[in-house]
Design a binder for this molecule. Structure first.
Ligand SMILES: [Zn+2]
Length: 280
C-alpha cells in the first residue's frame, strides 16, 4: 500500500510548512518532530527508524513497532478511477463506494472522546490512508493532534458541530450543523471538507441538499464497524467488498481497530485506499 506520489509530496510540503510555522511555537514543534524522526524522506528506500529493534529482537506487543510489524503486505493499490458524480442539487449518498477496483476505505469519526498518541506515527509508518470525519469543536480543541495525522497522509472531513441526529430537522438547522462545521474545519486545516457523514448515519433528503449547499460532494454511511479490535459486518457478505467503507472512532483502542481493519481488508484480497482519491 502506498500513497500516491502527489499525496506524499503534499505531505512533505505540509510537513516543511509546519516545521517553519512551529519555529515560533514550542507546542507543535514537538509533535511535528515526533512524526518526522520516524520517517525517512519519501524518496529514500524504506528504512528502519532509529528506535527499531535489531533483527533478533521482537518488538514488545502493544508497542508502536509491534503494530507496524503486524501490518500485512497488500497488493499494490490500483490507480484510482474516480466515480462520476451526478450533477444535482443534492450530495450523493453512498453506503459503499460503487467501484469494481479492489480497494476499501478506512474512516475514523468524532474526535472528542479519545486520541491515542501513536496513531499519527502508525498511519505514517504503515502508509495507512484514512479519512477523519470530525466534529468541529473537537477538531478545534485538538487541532495539533489532527494536523499530525494530516501530515501522515490523513484527510479531514465533516461530521457536524454538535453530533446531533439530523433526520427530520429543518433545512436551516441541518445547514447550520453542516456549514458551521465545514467553515470551522476549513479555517483550521485550510481545506473545505468535500465529504460528509451524518451523526449515527441518520439523514434524510434535506441532509443531502444541505450537505451539497455546504460544499459536500458525497455523504457516506458505512459497511463495517470496527471496535476494540473486532470487525462487525453490516452487509450479508461478511467479508470486505470492493468499495466498502469501514467505520471506527477516535476511541482508546484505535490502534487495535486500525490493525483489525487492515487485516480484514487484506483477508479479502483488497488494498486500503483514500476515499478522496475516488470522489473528486
Ligand atoms: Zn459520530
Amino acid at each position: 500500500m502506498s500513497a500516491t506520489p502527489a499525496r506524499r509530496i503534499l505531505a512533505v510540503v505540509t510537513l516543511l510548512a509546519l516545521l517553519v510555522l512551529s519555529a515560533c511555537t514550542a507546542g507543535p514543534a514537538l509533535h511535528v518532530r515526533r512524526v518526522a524522526t520516524h520517517q525517512p524522506a519519501p524518496s529514500a528506500s524504506p528504512a528502519a527508524p532509529s528506535t527499531s529493534p535489531s533483527p533478533t529482537t521482537k518488538p514488545a506487543p502493544g508497542s508502536l513497532d509491534w503494530y507496524v510489524s503486524q501490518v500485512p503486505t497488500f497488493p499494490e493499490a490500483p490507480p484510482p478511477q474516480p466515480v462520476p458524480l451526478p450533477v444535482t442539487g443534492a450530495a450523493q449518498f453512498w453506503q459503499r463506494l460503487p467501484t469494481d477496483q479492489r480497494v476499501a476505505f478506512i474512516t475514523i469519526d468524532d474526535g472528542g472522546l479519545a486520541r491515542p498518541p501513536e496513531v499519527a506515527d502508525f498511519i505514517w509508518r504503515a502508509h495507512i490512508p484514512v479519512t477523519m470525519f470530525l466534529n468541529s469543536p473537537a477538531a478545534e480543541e485538538h487541532d495539533v493532534y489532527f494536523r499530525q495525522i494530516m501530515v501522515a497522509g490523513g484527510v479531514v472531513e465533516n461530521h457536524t458541530i454538535t453530533h446531533t441526529s439530523l433526520a427530520g430537522r429543518s433545512y436551516d438547522r441541518q445547514r447550520h450543523e453542516i456549514c458551521g462545521a465545514a467553515d470551522k474545519l476549513e479555517a483550521l486545516f485550510g481545506k473545505r471538507p468535500t465529504l460528509f457523514r451524518p451523526p449515527f448515519g441518520e439523514h434524510d433528503a434535506t441532509t443531502l441538499r444541505a450537505a451539497h449547499d455546504c460544499g459536500a460532494k458525497a455523504v457516506f454511511h458505512w459497511t463495517e464497524t470496527v471496535h476494540e479490535g473486532k470487525v462487525r459486518y453490516q452487509t450479508p457478505e461478511k467479508v470486505v467488498q470492493p468499495g466498502d467503507v469501514l467505520l471506527m472512532h477516535f476511541r482508546p483502542a484505535l490502534m487495535d481497530d486500525l490493525l483489525a481493519a487492515l487485516k480484514a481488508i487484506h483477508r479479502a484480497g483488497l488494498t486500503p485506499a483514500l476515499l478522496e482519491d475516488y470522489v473528486r
